[in-house]
Design a protein around this ligand. Structure first.
Ligand code: UN1
Length: 521
């Protein structure tokens, strides 16, 4: 019997009239569960329940909130293998990656557990006597969170954990591609002792559904903050609603990340980094590489080795083996958009070196594991003679495809790397200190790797991008705290009289000028 799950709103489990299904991405005949589709009223109820819970949660001492977050980390450690298997089943990530993404959430919990004991403000000297200035971090209130399905534990943890630790309460609408993982994750928060209403979970779709309803709650003044990971198009819409309500949202959006290989690079290292960046997670990371910029003298040598490595990739159902590089598309929509890019390539004048569209029983790469018709699987696809004026170069595709782009020297590489309207991550392979320095100094992106791939942000580093990749808000590490708190400045005057800053300030009067030259004749 397939279970029908419910929203978690306040202390209640709430059902909806309409439901949707979550299925195993690698085998669509395997039904994981049915999930409710939240109505606008239910989304509103969740916001009201979060508002009610804010009263006491915001007054719970931060070290106590931190202890609770630490307990979530321990529960995640205990459940790591089961949760990783659920991630693999629901969204088709390999087990190695699924374990890594649960680990990223564990690291986040442990980092923020101690941040609860360190939520420092400042004591600041006053320009008046008998007056003390201090600053406090205060929680914002109710946070609306919408997340994508490609990192169903790690990326939500980047938002949920700091938001809760700093005393906010949350309404979370996870991706409709990963509702089961979200449900399990929230149950672990409950196990750790999170009071009802502090974290509310509502299920449903994005556009025209639960996600959009949650966005409109900003207009109803029921939210004090919005955090979103997803496409740039939707991010802009959320940003507009947040802007007219004077809220500063966290928007982590798309990427078209450049990976540069210079003429002096260690080619073996560069090929493995490029292969992972292009095809790891089936290209469904916001940090996946979009364009590989090859310095002209090594263009052919790199291409030949890269194609050889591409033809040896093991693809298939990640539930069946550990050594799969990537599994299926997370959903049909991502698959459809990726398939469309074949047209952009052909009509735009690029040359396809490898890849045959959808993997099928008739056209499957050697070593494919599983039933290709049981999910949406795509061939790794490689294009060359791609130039910055092409759609293929400019637009994020979110699937297993990569462009080989010819550049000539470090200055050209930097210019071409900066020629997209995104700026999330970037990478360069070189052993030349000056080239590496020039690249990190001039590339416009939020994150840059030197001799490593475009992915791989660690849990305590600032995560986020510039240009079309976001609005400058950062997640992870100490930087994220600024996005879930406001600074409250206090001036405490015990003088017993009105002392006006700038006007009543008693500066020490200077004496007559001293001319040093005259002192010694
Ligand atoms: C994403 O794809 O939204 O650096 C996040 C990385 C991962 C996070 C990716 N740690 O690739």
């Amino acid at each position: 019997m397939t279970k029908t799950f419910r929203h978690l709103i306040g202390a209640e489990e709430v059902a909806s009239e309409s439901t949707f299904e979550s299925r195993n991405a690698s085998d669509l005949s395997d039904l994981i569960g049915r999930f409710p589709e939240a109505s606008r009223e239910q989304v509103r109820d969740a916001c009201l329940s979060a508002r009610e819970a804010f009263r006491s949660w915001s007054k719970t001492p931060a070290p106590i909130r931190g202890e609770l977050i630490g307990r979530v980390g321990k529960a995640l450690e205990r459940e790591k293998e089961s949760l990783a298997k659920l991630v693999t089943r629901e969204v088709g990530k390999t087990l190695k990656e699924a374990r890594g993404s649960v680990q990223e959430a564990i690291d986040t919990c442990h980092f923020f557990q101690s941040e609860g004991r360190r939520l420092y403000g400042q004591t600041v000297p006053s320009e008046m006597p008998n007056k003390e200035l201090t600053t406090y971090r205060r929680p914002l209130g109710v946070v609306g969170i919408v997340t994508a399905g490609n990192f169903p534990v790690a990326v939500p943890s980047w938002k949920l954990v700091p938001a809760l630790l700093t005393g906010n309460t949350v309404v979370w609408k996870p991706s409709e591609d990963a509702p089961a993982v979200a449900y399990a994750f929230v149950r672990l928060f409950e196990e750790a002792g999170l009071p009802p209403g502090v974290l509310n979970l509502i299920f449903g779709g994005g556009s025209g559904a639960a996600g959009e309803h949650l966005v409109t709650m900003m207009d109803e003044r029921l939210l004090d903050k919005f955090a979103f990971t997803g496409s740039t198009v939707v991010g802009r819409q959320i940003g507009e609603v947040a802007g007219r309500n004077l809220l500063h949202p966290t928007l982590e959006l798309g990427g078209k990340n450049p990976l540069v290989v210079m003429r002096d690079a260690d080619l073996d290292n560069a090929v493995s980094g490029a292969l992972w960046a292009s095809f790891g997670t089936g290209g469904q990371r916001c940090t996946s590489a979009g364009n590989i910029l090859l310095d002209a003298p090594i263009f052919d040598a790199f291409r030949d080795r890269f194609l050889e490595a591409t033809s040896a990739i093991r693809i298939g159902d990640p539930n069946l083996a550990e050594d799969i590089l990537y599994g299926p598309f997370i959903n049909e929509r991502f698959f459809g958009r990726w398939l469309e890019h074949y047209d952009w390539g052909e009509t735009g004048g690029a040359t396809r070196l490898y890849g045959e569209g959808r993997i099928s029983a008739a056209a499957r790469p050697e070593g494919f594991l599983g039933d290709p018709d049981a999910g949406y699987y795509g061939w790794p696809t490689v294009w060359q003679e791609v130039t910055p004026d092409m759609r293929l170069f400019q637009q994020e595709i979110f699937g297993p495809t990569i462009n080989l782009v010819r550049v000539n020297g470090i200055h050209d590489a930097i210019e071409v790397a900066n020629a997209v309207d995104y700026g999330l991550s970037s990478a360069i392979y070189t052993n030349n200190r000056e080239w590496a320095f020039a690249f990190k100094d001039s590339v416009r992106s939020g994150m840059t790797s030197i001799n490593n791939s475009t992915t791989g942000a660690e849990a305590h580093m600032p995560f986020g991008g510039v240009k079309g990749s976001g609005n400058g808000a950062r997640e992870s590490g100490i930087w994220v705290i600024d996005n879930y708190t406001y600074w409250h400045g206090i001036n405490d005057d015990i003088s017993g009289r009105l002392q006006l800053a700038q006007m009543d300030t008693r500066y020490v009067e200077p004496k007559g000028e001293v001319a040093v030259g005259e002192l010694f004749g």
